[in-house]
Design a protein around this ligand. Structure first.
Ligand code: ADP
Ligand code: ZN
Ligand code: ZN
Length: 747
């Protein structure tokens, strides 16, 4: 029940922050909400205009006397913009940031850039006439004109660029022929088809019983307008994509639309082709290579009813379909679904909210569901559906764990264990391919013992401590620190150190050991651009190399039928990131990595090298026992109140001045703790302040404070109070604060 409403008049305008404030009449106060379309007086003549409510507030922005009153609500059908603005309102509330940040995320802004138009040269004569003309031109020896005309007789129309370029015809020749009425130059607005000139062959799979059952269940509920969120747990190759396609087809036949979210890195040609073959030009894709203008075009097509299906990464969620029926999120566990810029939204949660507003179902799918989603399924919030078997019942590759501590005892200090070297030699001899994988995530600065595998952890937070240059180890949640020990506190060995291994180093070692092998390396250095990435993958797919060495990037979604050996060089690297998701990420990575082996006719093998062979995550990943992993992991989260068993919010306190950052964080931490002591907040735990995992970026000093509470909305409330406090006090003028809810990568 707010007194004032901030209203946006022109949503296609570049300045989405251009809002106007109006008074809410008493009779509308209970009804009015963010996203609603209203009639308002506008400009000097008080012309009646429509606008959208983007914010409700009790704080007038200027002289109260001068604030005009809203006339009325706009009756009738609700435009898609209303829904998206309401969604932006929900995002702002639940993830922080300003309404303008949120609006910019959900509404693509019209670009000033020129519309993409294609110029085409079109033959204006009948075939007979054109052939007569051609004979005439040849007789007169007008070579250029004849060349163009004969080309037009073969292909009509021809793009202007091709005529100028490939045919080497000057603009004056084209103009002259145009004046003679032989041809015309036409401009056509083009939406570049994301499919190029792909041939469409309708193909249809007969679903097996397991797939059929899943489609039927979702469909029956959908038809009865019972819209739910479903989680399909099925190993890679169990036929999830086939299920999505079948379901979408039914939804589309009922006149509604579908959004399919796929992590960009998994947005492979093969996947896109499968959708294209079923839906043809009524499906489109978004990707990060597109310019804002191109993205805008695709959204316009969706709004105008030209499309039924949109496929893309996170941001495709905001496709303005007016009658959305289903949202699919494939590989729902992927961290790329969480935005790392404001608003720091999670696409899964936001999808559930959008679906609620639109009256649509959500289908999540993964071989290794996020602990969050599986927890929600256990709680009955999502409906769990299992796809047990691989299509054609191809066996999963067999896994073997190699204990690196044992290797050290045997005197092998190399990153390649004896067992792995033996198998590599065997595969090279058989001309089969090998993938070596280092699960390196950012800066894994943990300290461990190579003799006994002991990892130094925070005594309060149960996450690995990170090594800093000053010889100390620090906890990034609570700020606890201690000196790096000289000898292992567990076994007394001196082999205690930070963990270092890079793809480049591994490449050197492999080349030295197997000089005859052809080796490719894929990491952030060799794939600065997307082409680099695709070139390496296609070279490996064409068997131009025997061994592919790489980071996370190589394990996602690619099919290399000749790969029969996958080596995970140090599973510990992702296990001991200073974040409670370590085991979850490692389980996912190991499962994906082993999914790379044995895709073709030959069976595959996976070698997992680790200093922690007894860690439940490693052993259960080898056994491919997701459910057991989930049960073990959730018990640990429960104990520590980590999400999903509770909620977490991190506040970033940043400043260009080190002292200011530290003092402000200290002060804010104290303020919250005092509110706790005064009994104003209960059930909250406060950790920190601590240095952010990267404490200084571009001369900005970063501190973090973590908050844990069972109730998400309570954290939202604390965020609002802190935000107001900081905005209202001068001493914070040089301080930036930001929030992240249930962080995945943190600050
Ligand atoms: P996922 O998405 O779970 O990895 P896909 O849907 O991609 O699984 O299926 C894996 C492979 O099996 C694909 O090549 C697909 O064409 C094929 N496939 C899926 N369902 C069937 C089916 N019912 N009959 C035959 N082949 C199928
Ligand atoms: Zn030790
Ligand atoms: Zn700690």
């Amino acid at each position: 029940m707010a007194e004032f409403a901030n209203i946006i008049i022109d949503i296609s305008h570049e300045k989405l922050d251009k809002t106007f404030q109006y008074r809410v009449p008493k009779r509308l106060q209970t009804e009015l909400d963010v996203g609603m379309q209203v009639e308002i007086p506008f400009g000097n003549g008080e012309r009646k205009t429509t606008g959208y409510v983007v914010e409700l507030t009790d704080t007038p922005e200027y002289d109260v006397e001068k604030i005009k009153e809203i006339y009325d609500l706009v009756e009738g059908s609700i435009p898609i913009e209303s829904q998206l603005i309401a969604l932006a309102g929900w995002m702002r509330k639940n993830y922080g940031g300003t309404m303008n940040h949120a609006l910019k995320t959900v509404l693509p802004v019209k670009q000033k850039t020129k519309e993409k138009k294609q110029r085409l040269i079109q033959l204006k004569l009948s075939r007979n006439k054109a052939e007569e003309q051609l004979a005439l031109l040849e007789k007169k020896n007008h070579k250029a004109r004849a060349r163009l005309l004969s080309a037009l007789l073969e292909q009509n129309p021809i793009p202007y660029e091709a005529v100028r370029g490939k045919l080497n015809i000057t603009a004056s020749v084209i103009r002259a022929m145009e004046e003679l009425g032989i041809l015309g130059v036409e401009e056509k607005r083009t939406y570049r088809s994301p499919f190029g000139d792909l041939k469409r062959e309708e193909s249809r799979l007969i679903l097996n019983d397991g797939q059929q059952q899943i489609v039927e269940q979702i469909w029956q509920e959908w038809e009865q307008q019972q819209y739910h969120t479903y989680l399909i747990h099925g190993v890679t190759g169990s036929g999830k994509t086939a299920v999505y396609i079948d379901l979408i087809e039914r939804v589309v036949k009922s006149g509604r639309q579908a959004i399919v979210l796929i992590p960009e890195i998994a947005l492979t040609y093969q996947t896109v082709v499968r959708f294209y073959q079923r839906f043809g030009e009524r499906v489109s894709i978004l990707n990060s290579k597109m310019s804002p203008g191109e993205r805008y075009d695709q959204f316009e097509r969706a709004k105008s009813g030209e499309l039924d299906v949109m496929i893309g990464p996170r941001s495709a969620l905001f496709t303005p379909f007016s009658n959305l029926g289903v949202i699919i999120i494939d590989e729902e566990h992927e961290t790329s679904y969480k935005s790392e810029t404001i608003p720091r939204y999670h696409a899964r949660e936001t999808a559930v909210e959008r679906a609620k507003m639109a009256g649509a179902s959500v289908v999540l799918g993964s071989a290794t569901p996020s602990i969050d989603s599986y927890f929600k399924a256990q709680q009955g919030e999502y409906t769990l559906l299992n796809l047990e078997k691989r299509i054609e019942e191809k066996p999963l590759p067999s896994g073997e764990i190699v204990d690196l501590r044992e290797e050290l005892r045997q005197g092998n200090r190399s990153i390649l264990s004896e067992r792995l070297k033996e198998l590599m030699a065997d595969r090279l001899e058989k001309h089969q391919q090998i993938m070596l994988f280092i699960n390196r995530r950012g800066m894994a600065g943990f300290v461990s013992c190579r003799a006994c595998g002991h990892v130094l952890k925070c005594p309060h937070c149960d996450v690995a401590l990170s090594q800093h240059n000053n010889g100390k180890m620090v906890c990034h949640y609570c700020g606890y620190e201690e000196a790096v020990p000289q000898i292992c506190p567990e076994c007394g060995s001196k082999y205690i150190s930070g963990f270092k291994a890079g793809t480049q180093k591994v490449e050197e070692i492999v080349k030295r050991k197997f000089p005859e092998a052809r080796v490719l390396r894929m990491d952030f250095d060799t794939t600065r651009n997307k082409a680099g990435y695709e070139n390496i993958l296609s070279a490996f797919a064409n068997q131009e190399a025997d061994i592919l060495i790489g980071t996370q990037m190589i394990v996602k979604g690619h099919d290399f039928p000749n790969v029969t050996l996958v080596g995970v060089l140090a599973a510990d690297l992702s296990l001991y990131v200073s974040d409670f998701h370590g085991a979850e990420r490692t389980f996912q990575l190991l499962t994906q990595a082993s999914g790379r082996a044995g895709r073709g006719k030959l069976p595959g093998e996976v070698i997992i090298q680790t200093y922690s062979p007894e860690h439940y995550c490693i052993e259960l990943a080898r056994q491919q026992d997701y459910v057991k992993f989930y049960e073990t992991e959730i018990a640990g989260r429960e104990l520590m109140n980590y999400p999903p068993c509770g909620h977490m919010m991190v506040m970033l306190v940043a400043s260009g001045d080190e002292m200011t950052a530290a003092l402000s964080a200290e002060l804010l931490g104290k303020k919250v703790r005092k509110a706790q002591d005064d009994g104003k907040i209960s059930g909250l735990s406060v950790l920190g302040p601590a240095d952010a995992s990267v404490a200084k970026v571009k001369d900005i000093y970063k501190k973090v404070i973590y908050f844990k509470h069972a109730d998400y909305q309570e954290l939202v409330r604390i965020k609002d109070v802190l935000e107001q406090f900081v905005n209202g006090h001068r001493e914070f003028a040089k301080v930036i604060i930001q929030f992240d809810f249930n962080p995945m990568n943190g600050f």
